[in-house]
Design a protein around this ligand. Structure first.
Ligand code: NAI
Length: 338
């Protein structure tokens, strides 16, 4: 399970994917929240990568060593170790080059991502503190919602510890791209694996801005169809939350999307060039402190921010609506750390 990216334009967000790699690597990856709905399928997919030498699975629940034992029986090279309880968090992170964080509460019907702030802000703060102490140069992918606020929390904790490198800290918005590919492919009768649509902004409701005018292959929609497609991509998480009727939010598609993002980080670390993903990162590109755009990934995280590119008038309006929402979410995260 891995992915090679060959950009055909500045904003292409993915290209070819294949499911095994022959190249061996020495990357240690820690999943924080590994026993959860996202953490388990994510860890299952990561175990299958030959690029990972050690997979460290941490969660606060007691059965985490059981999840690790289970996954360790899959016949792939990565050594799998389980850690549980706050006293083992630092051991789980020590020496990790990549840390992926799907820890914390998911939404229930009727909740917005922002409603999770109270529960999840302290989870992200505590993990950030531990990362600053034992794995300060790791590339970090934050899945925990609200992503728009959790990334600023992580960055501010790192800043306080004197360890902030904004090129290494990412809010994982990959699921928005995966959904855009799936829905556009379905609507246009295209293979969704071949559809690449950048999604910029943030990761909640109106802050999610799909750039369908930059989709590859190019697709045409009437204005009415376009508005419906954008609304579906923005509300796709809620579609799953409603359908699961109180049993949580997207876990399987997110496990897949999280693995895609983690493996892109790992490929960039292993020296592969032209690895491109969209992610929510520290950036003043749109006049906010954080914004998701396509990024070229390298050994030290963000190698180049590819920016927003050319927008249609409609997309510019969507960005204008996203900006105040992102600014509020960022301020809330920063305030929490102060
Ligand atoms: P879940 O409840 O199934 O799993 C969360 C896991 O985190 C649990 O095993 C729990 O024990 C663990 N956990 C809680 N506090 C922890 C701590 N301090 N340290 C380590 N582990 C801790 O939830 P699920 O469905 O896996 O979702 C996790 C998060 O991901 C939620 O905040 C959810 O909103 C978010 N999410 C983000 C998406 C994105 O696109 N970025 C998409 C879908 C969900």
């Amino acid at each position: 399970f891995s992915r090679i990216v060959k950009p055909t334009s500045a904003l292409a967000c993915q290209a070819t994917r294949h499911f095994s790699t022959s190249k061996q690597n020495n990357t240690k990856v820690t999943v924080v929240g590994a026993a959860g709905g996202i953490g388990q399928p994510l860890s299952l997919l990561l175990k299958q990568s030959d690029l990972i030498s050690e997979l460290s699975l941490y969660d606060i629940v007691k059965h985490t060593p059981g999840v690790a034992a289970d996954i360790s029986h899959m016949n792939f090279p990565a050594r799998v170790k389980g850690f549980t309880g706050p006293e083992q968090l630092r051991d789980s992170l020590k020496g990790s080059q990549v840390v992926i964080i799907p820890a914390g509460l998911p939404r229930k019907p009727g909740m917005t991502r922002d409603d999770l702030f109270t529960a999840n802000a302290s989870v992200v703060r505590d993990v950030a503190l531990a990362v600053s102490e034992v794995a300060p140069t790791a590339l970090v992918g934050i899945i925990t919602n609200p992503v728009n606020s959790c990334v600023p929390i992580f960055c501010e904790v790192m800043r306080k510890a004197g360890k902030l490198d904004p090129n290494r800290i990412f809010g994982v918005s990959t699921l928005d791209l995966v959904r855009a590919s799936a829905f556009i492919g379905e609507a246009k009768g295209l293979n969704p694996k071949e559809v690449n649509c950048p999604v910029i902004g943030g990761h909640s409701g109106i802050s999610i801005v799909p750039l369908i005018s930059q989709c590859q292959p190019a697709v045409q929609f009437s204005q009415d169809e376009l508005a419906k497609m954008v609304a579906r991509i923005q509300d796709a998480g809620t579609e799953v939350v409603k359908a699961k009727a109180g049993a949580g939010s997207a876990t399987l598609s997110m496990g897949f999307a999280g693995a895609r993002f983690a493996l892109s980080l790992i490929k960039a670390l292993s020296g592969q060039s032209n690895v491109i993903e969209c992610a929510y990162v520290m950036s003043d590109i749109a006049g906010t402190k954080y914004f998701a755009t396509p990024l070229i990934l390298g050994k030290n995280g963000i190698e180049k921010n590819l920016g927003i590119g050319k927008l249609s008038n409609y997309e510019q309006e969507l960005v204008n609506k996203a900006i105040p929402e992102i600014k509020d979410n960022v301020a809330k995260g920063e305030q929490f750390v102060k």
